[in-house]
Design a protein around this ligand. Structure first.
Ligand code: GDP
Length: 420
């Protein structure tokens, strides 16, 4: 296997960072191919605990080259902050182990300002944006109104391009009742650009020259947040799916050898939008606490729910998964009865097909309860050593999602994993 994509099969926050961190030593190159600083991977390893937003999780491994591909929303200011946090823990970052695609578009400070202005305008109809500028960024990219990272090498053209865009953005920002948007607002951005310049290069060329290397593609968010196949409009603004990985990474002609999906042993969802198997009140609070379900980026309490077989099977299918890693099984150890959403009731009919997004609001969960195992499983490393009730839970889910559950994570630490 030379190349593998590791992707989320739910709503994001499945624990992808932890799974990528686990496998990254088997690869030479780790690439982020979409998204920006709007979500976070939490990685726990010998250096500490890190909430990575933009940096690929391979940054902690010696001899791994990390790439931010052309599909990424490149926010230079936040990238630098993140690099500093990682460097402060004595992890070296240099153009040798971090490369930024010259074709990645730059996320500008005005994208963040516009994100905030639009969410405020929408008030109680808001999308639940993390306000990192992602939606304004991608809409500008498809309007051909972003600046590509490689443009920074021609000072004159770069400044002219930014001034042209600024004149246009000023008009839009003023329509929200704001004051004139001037170049002064971009000071920190220009400073950050100078610092990231050495990392910008022709990533496609680099990847063409390194085709014999083992490549890992790292996704942000999950299947249900993909702009085309997710729960639109409560999606992100880019394609999170594995089939987009080679395009967003910089090697569009490459075929994936393997796709590993990451699912959580229960469901979580950040922000607005339909969430069929959602739990409420005390039941939800207990699970949220047990799983520490608070956003890596925003600290917001996450919505929690039962494992959703319907949504996860769909998520696995659209990713084209060869295997699934399930995380946080240990979190369920406190439960007497473990709920699983096995099908939906939509317009009075039971279905196990994932509905069209606007129908999801009408869907009601059909729940089946499994007996809990009620003991600590976090030290278990062999599948046969798991309590029978835990194995029953795993095997039911595996059958339901129609994909082998090859890896079971029972704790946040690198070694807390069961291979089947
Ligand atoms: P990501 O964006 O998909 O990487 O997800 P998050 O950033 O939300 O990470 C999931 C959180 O769960 C992190 O705090 C991890 O350290 C933690 N975690 C991952 N796997 C496990 C597990 O198997 N058990 C427990 N208890 N925590 C885990």
């Amino acid at each position: 296997m030379n190349n593998t994509a590791i992707v989320g099969v739910n709503w994001g926050d499945e624990g992808k960072g932890r799974i990528v961190d686990l496998f990254s030593s088997d690869y030479d190159i780790v690439i982020r191919y979409q998204g920006g600083g709007n979500a976070g991977h939490t990685v726990m390893n010998e250096f500490g605990t890190f909430a990575l937003h933009l940096l690929p999780s391979g940054i902690f491994r010696k001899n791994v080259v990390n790439i931010l591909g052309n599909g990424v929303a490149l926010d230079p200011i936040n990238l630098l902050k993140e690099m500093k946090t990682v460097r402060d823990c004595d992890i070296p970052i240099s153009p040798e182990n971090l490369k930024i695609s010259s074709r990645a578009s730059l996320l500008m400070p005005w994208h963040i300002d516009l994100d905030v202005l639009e969410e405020n305008r929408l008030a109680n109809k808001k999308y639940g944006s993390t306000k990192q500028g992602i939606a304004p960024f991608y809409s500008d990219k498809y309007q051909k109104k972003t600046v590509m990272a490689g443009e920074v090498f021609d000072d004159e053209l770069f400044m002219q391009h930014i001034e042209d865009l600024l004149a246009w953005k000023d008009m839009i920002i003023r329509a929200y009742g704001e004051e004139e948007y001037t170049k002064d607002r971009l000071k920190e951005f220009f400073e950050a650009i100078e610092e990231i310049k050495p990392y910008i290069c022709d990533v496609t060329l680099y990847l063409n020259e390194n085709r014999d290397k083992r490549i890992m593609f790292e996704a942000q968010l999950g299947s249900l947040r993909d702009i085309d196949y997710g729960i639109y409009p409560y999606t992100t603004s880019s394609n999170t799916l594995a089939s987009y990985a080679p395009i967003g990474a910089g090697c569009p002609d490459l075929k994936l050898d393997k796709v590993i999906g990451v699912a959580k042993a229960y469901s979580t969802c950040v922000g607005e939008g339909p969430f069929v198997s959602e739990m409420f009140d005390e039941e939800a609070e207990e699970l949220r606490k047990a799983g520490s379900e608070y956003g890596a980026k925003t600290g917001r309490p996450r919505r929690v729910g039962a494992f959703d077989v319907v949504a996860t099977r769909y998520g696995v299918k659209v990713q084209g998964c060869d295997a699934v890693a399930i995380t946080k099984l240990d979190v369920l150890s406190y439960m007497d009865k473990i709920p699983v959403c096995v099908s939906y009731l939509v317009d009075g009919k039971e279905t196990d097909e994932f509905p069209f997004p606007s129908k999801l609001n009408k869907a009601e969960p059909i729940i089946r309860y499994f007996d809990g195992w009620k003991c600590d499983i976090s030290d278990i490393r062999k599948y046969e050593d798991l309590p029978i009730k835990a194995r029953e839970y795993i095997e039911f889910i595996e059958k339901g999602i129609r994909c082998p559950l090859a890896y079971i994570s029972v704790g946040p630490e690198r070694e807390s994993i069961i291979y089947r």
